[in-house]
Design a protein around this ligand. Structure first.
Ligand code: FPP
Length: 253
């Protein structure tokens, strides 16, 4: 099944399967995956990291250029402290165990989100991993960590307001483009496709500004069960969508 669909792949906009330049993923359902197997929620997160590794490989294999994953939202702080610290440790362990392989695969890592509330050693780790991979030219893996879309927009607005008060910019010069440049993702194109696993159908504060014209695909499987067939089915669904950006599209009707 996977290979049948893969045979139809054609990066860009040619006939066959279209591949998004930028794919966003809301990795949901780790807890439910674990519960269904009588395991602890944290085991679901461990499996979730394996799914992330696999998805990085699919993106490289099929030509996705940017992959943004929602790995810890600003709202996730309301979870039990043990689970919060487990997810923080997963980030540290992921960097320790996978940085070599990511370097070998020419992957550039960006970690976006608020640095406020993060411990200094974690901030140093994030800065270090970004610096080490900065000149890589392959897949850009964007990890949204301690990230919230509204907070990101508010932070950008605050920065522009400070610039205006200090006389560095004229308020009337603020545009969608200049606000976009004040976001964490200023150097990353908007996502073409956002997927969410586990059957939930909402954005939950993920890439709110950037997702204005993204196609959304929701899949029933929990994130740890998301495999290459799931990935290719999502690309098939995306390929059938007509992106109109508010215009009339190819048929004009
Ligand atoms: C959603 O499942 C998942 C999360 C909130 C955490 C996702 C984290 C990872 C996959 C690993 C993090 C990876 C790095 C690199 C840090 P859920 O717990 O909300 O599942 P549920 O809705 O079934 O409870």
């Amino acid at each position: 099944m996977a290979s049948e669909i893969a045979a139809k792949i054609s990066p860009g906009h040619g006939p066959g399967l279209r591949v998004p330049v930028h794919l966003g993923v809301i990795m949901d359902g780790n807890g439910r995956w674990a519960k269904a197997r009588g395991k602890r929620r944290t085991e679901g997160h461990v499996q979730g990291v394996q799914s992330l590794r696999n998805t990085v490989e699919y993106c490289i294999r099929y030509g996705v250029q940017y992959l943004t994953v929602f790995s810890f939202s600003s709202e996730n702080w309301t979870r039990p402290p043990e689970e919060v610290s487990f997810i923080f440790n997963l980030l540290r362990r992921f960097v320790a165990s996978d940085l070599h392989r990511l370097m070998r695969n020419n992957v550039k890592i960006r970690i976006v989100g608020s640095r406020a509330g993060l411990e200094p050693p974690l901030i140093r780790l994030i800065d270090d991993v970004e610096a080490k991979t900065r000149t890589n030219t392959g897949l850009v893996l964007v990890v949204a960590f301690n990230y919230g879309g509204r907070a990101e927009i508010a932070e950008a607005a605050r920065r522009l307001a400070e610039d205006a008060v200090a006389g560095r910019i004229d308020p009337s010069s603020i545009t969608e483009a200049s606000l976009g440049r004040a976001l964490y993702t200023s150097d990353i194109p908007d996502p073409d496709l956002i997927i969410r696993t586990s059957g939930e159908q909402r954005l939950s504060n993920f890439l709110l500004w950037q997702s204005a014209y993204a196609e959304l695909v929701f899949v029933p499987e929990n994130w740890p069960d998301f495999d290459e067939s799931s990935f290719l089915r999502v690309l098939e669904a995306y390929s059938l969508r007509e992106r109109r950006y508010g215009g009339l599209g190819a048929t004009g009707s």
